[in-house]
Design a protein around this ligand. Structure first.
Ligand code: TRP
Ligand code: CA
Ligand code: ZN
Length: 434
């Protein structure tokens, strides 16, 4: 048990030595900018998909030969480019379905960035906007990664899903059959379903704020206004990932909803008409594709893969957003408080609404502990209360605090008070992720 004097000493100048700054001190080279994705290359893939549909009864629907032919076609291109591909089979509605997964060798396989699109169409047509557009853009992005020999920090994986039109069947099958370790290695999933609607809107999924920001910043820099995607949230394959807690994002140019006059004013096109008048119809052909939307969204896709593929791009172990202090600080028994400080510098603006506070406390009876996060201005955020019935020992968890009212820069503190006598322990370390 620590004496009062010792406890005071821990808070005196010696404690300053335990102030840590950014987990990674050296400024990292900024990630190379994403290359422009040529519209012509994306359209060539789309034309291939149209030909495949035409040669197979006019569609690429689940259970029909056009679907498997499309999988084989894309797989061959990826194999030739150096991808490690896997075709995953499943059964739906009495027919065999296929997901195509392509891994780009390299990067941190414990921190995977995925991008995907559903490759099946409905049976009524070739599905050029839905979803030849996303399939072709993801393919060209993957081929560009290979062509450039791009080696990002995170491991890249691309996916083409089967039987989306039957209710997200393929993507659900994929995520459900991962081990929990494989699932938690996926730090982000980006979805591209209908990104070339003929009367387009520019919709960005708002599921994960870090991913959303990458897309919004891209369009803002191009002077293209965006809106949050709301036309049937959860109606595409990102929902399969989100259901397991994986951060998701994506782009969409609209389906059967009507473009308002305000939207026509900012995006052009025709007010009072659907974003995609040929949605799920036989007229979803090459003529149903808006080139400008396809070009912008393909470039945005590549930009997101390049930006988010770098540590520092907002991934879960993004060192530029993480600050930790791993110095041990004794928690005095039922007498005083233990404080460990983290100095945050070089950020701009406020702390996030979901500031992550990773806490690692070794203790013999954690029910004794009251834990607060102290913002630079001293505002306390209660992370954990005491509870006499909680007899378990350590506290090893990540809390989330709404710190959006705080300035990011300054000295943040973890304050741990042991409010009952007898048991003791120490702060092993803690970490802030912005
Ligand atoms: N996924 C739907 C389809 O393929 C289309 C759709 C509706 C959609 N709402 C969406 C796609 C929102 C992405 C986001 O038929
Ligand atoms: Ca382009
Ligand atoms: Zn679709």
């Amino acid at each position: 048990m620590a004496s009062v004097a010792a406890a005071v000493a821990l808070l005196a100048p010696a404690a300053v030595a335990s102030t840590a700054s950014a987990a990674e001190a050296a400024p990292r080279a900024s990630a190379a900018a994403a290359p422009d994705i040529p519209l012509s290359a994306v359209k060539a893939h789309l034309t291939d998909l149209q030909s495949i549909a035409s040669a197979n009864g006019g569609n690429r629907a689940h259970g029909r030969p056009g679907y498997k032919a499309a999988v084989d076609h894309i797989k061959a291109k990826l194999d030739a480019a150096g991808y490690t591909t896997t075709v995953q089979q499943f059964t739906s509605n009495g027919s065999t379905g296929y997901n195509l997964i392509a891994d780009w060798p390299g990067g941190d396989t414990g921190d995977v960035l995925m991008a995907g699109a559903h490759l099946d169409s409905v049976s009524s047509g070739a599905g050029m906007n839905d979803n030849g557009s996303g399939s072709a853009a993801v393919l060209e992005t993957a081929l560009t990664v290979a062509r450039e020999g791009h080696q990002p920090d995170r491991h890249l994986r691309f996916g083409w899903w089967g039987a989306e039109e039957l209710g997200l069947v393929g993507s659900n099958y994929y995520v459900r059959n991962l081990t929990s370790a494989q699932r938690s290695s996926i730090g982000g999933y980006l979805n591209f379903d209908m990104i070339a609607s003929p009367n387009p809107g520019y919709f960005v999924y708002d599921d994960d704020p870090a991913i959303e920001k990458v897309f919004k910043d891209f369009f803002a820099a191009k002077g293209v206004p965006t809106e949050i995607e709301t036309e049937g949230d959860g109606r595409s394959d990102h929902a399969s990932f989100k259901n397991y807690g994986i951060p998701v994002g994506g782009l969409f140019t609209g389906a059967s909803r009507t473009k308002t006059s305000a939207q026509a004013q900012k995006w052009g096109g025709t007010a009072g008409q659907s974003f995609d008048n040929c949605y799920h119809s036989s007229c979803d052909t090459m003529a149903n594709v808006n080139d400008t939307a396809l070009d912008r969204n393909s470039d945005a896709l590549a930009h997101a893969v390049w930006t988010l593929g770098a540590d520092g791009g907002g991934g879960p172990d993004d060192p530029s957003g993480s600050y930790e202090n791993t110095a041990d600080v004794t928690i005095p028994d039922g007498t005083s408080e233990a404080v460990s400080a983290i100095e945050v510098a070089g950020r701009t603006g406020s702390a996030p609404a979901a500031l992550k506070v990773g806490v690692d406390i070794k203790h013999s009876y954690r029910g004794d502990l009251v834990i607060d996060l102290l913002a630079p201005d001293g505002t306390a955020y209660r992370l954990k209360d005491s509870s006499s019935w909680d007899g378990a020992d350590d506290v090893v968890t990540t809390y989330t605090a709404d710190a959006s009212g705080e300035t990011a820069n300054g000295t943040w503190k973890l304050r741990v008070r042991d409010v009952y006598r007898q048991d003791s322990g120490y702060i092993n370390g803690w970490k802030l992720t912005f």
